[in-house]
Write a protein that binds this ligand. Sequence first.
Ligand SMILES: Cc1cc2nc3c(=O)[nH]c(=O)nc-3n(C[C@H](O)[C@H](O)[C@H](O)COP(=O)(O)OP(=O)(O)OC[C@H]3O[C@@H](n4cnc5c(N)ncnc54)[C@H](O)[C@@H]3O)c2cc1C
Length: 332
Amino acid sequence: MSRVESKQSGNEYQVVVIGGGAAGLSAAVTLGRALRSVLVIDAGEPRNAPAAGVHGFLSRDGIKPQELLEKGREEARSYGVDFLAGVAVAARSTAAEGSELSFDVELADGRTVKTRRILVATGLTDVLPGIDGIRERWGRDVLHCPYCHGWEVRNKAIGILGSVPMALHQTMLFRQWSPNITLFLNDVVEPTDEELEQLAARSISVVEGKVQSLDIQDDALSGMVLASGTVIPVEAVVTGTRLEARSAVLESLGVPVVEHPMGVGRHVEVNPMGGATAVPGVWAAGNVADLMGQVMASAASGVMSGAAINAHLVAEESRVAVQAARLSTLPD
Ligand SMILES: Cc1cc2nc3c(=O)[nH]c(=O)nc-3n(C[C@H](O)[C@H](O)[C@H](O)COP(=O)(O)OP(=O)(O)OC[C@H]3O[C@@H](n4cnc5c(N)ncnc54)[C@H](O)[C@@H]3O)c2cc1C
C-alpha cells in the first residue's frame, strides 16, 4: 500500500484522534479519505491485547488483535494519517471568544499538539475481581464474552465466577456453549428460588462458598480453589468485570462521565448519530462510550464519528467562506 504524505500544514491538525484501536483507526481512515489532516495519538494497549484472536469480525475471524491494528495503521497511513506513540493526559480549548473551535492536546511526556477537533477513542479498562490468578489468565482461559470466546471453550468444563450481579445471566448464556457449567456463588451471588429452579432444570451445578484462587497447572487453568481448600476442576472461568471508560482526557475537557444504566460501569454519553459529546468540538467512539461494543461495533462507531467530524468541519469552513466572501464585497 503506497503511503500518502502527511496532510498537516502549519502547526495544527484538523483532527486529533486519541486512541488507535478499532474505533480510532476506523475514524482515522474515514477522515484521511476525506482529505483531512489527522494525527492518531496511541498508547498501544488495546483492551483485547491478551486474546489470541479477534472473533466476530467479518472477513477477519481469528486474526491476532495486534495484526488487525497493524493493518488498520497501514491503511490509515496510506491516506496520509500521522501517528504519535504516547499517552494523552488532558486537552483544553484554546478558542478565543467568538472564534472557531481549537484545542491543545497534552501528552504525558510534555508534548502538546494543536487541533481543530478531537475524537476520543481510548476504550475502557476491565476492572477484574481480586482473586489470585485471574489477572495472569485474563483473555486466555479467564473469559467474559461468549461471542468472543464461547466457540473456543465449547463443551468444556466452564466455571462461572459469581463476581457481579450479571453472573446469573452469564451462566444461562454460557450453557448454550457447554452442558458442563458450574456457577460459583462466591458469597456474592444469591439466586432466588426461581433462579435455582432454572439452574437445576438446565443441569447447571451450583457451588457455595468464597473462591480463593485459580489452580494453574502447566500454564493452563485446571480448577477453582475455594476458601475451604476444596478444588473444583474447570477448564475455563467466566467472570464479569467492572467496565471503566478510559475518560481522563474527556473529563479534562469537562465531558461528563456517568454510571451506565445497566450498572456495569462508567461511560461517556454521546449522540448516537456520530458520537458528539456534550462539549462542542469533541467526539467519542468505541468502548469509551459504548461499554458493550465489540470490535466491529467499535469500528463502525469510529467510521460514523469520522464522518460526523468531517461534516462539522465542512459546516465551519462554509461559514468562514461566506464571511470572507461578504467581507470581500464590502465597499472600502
Ligand atoms: C480479553 C478480551 C477479548 C476480546 N475478544 C473480542 C473478540 O474476539 N471479538 C470482539 O469483537 N471483541 C472482543 N473484545 C472486545 C474488544 O476488545 C473491544 O470491542 C475493542 O477493543 C474496542 O475498541 P476501542 O477502539 O474502543 O478500544 P481499544 O481497542 O481498547 O483501543 C483503545 C486504544 O486507545 C489507547 N489509549 C487509551 N488511553 C489513551 C490515552 N490517554 N492516550 C493515548 N492512547 C490511549 C489504548 O492504548 C488503545 O490502543 C474482547 C475484549 C477482551 C477484554
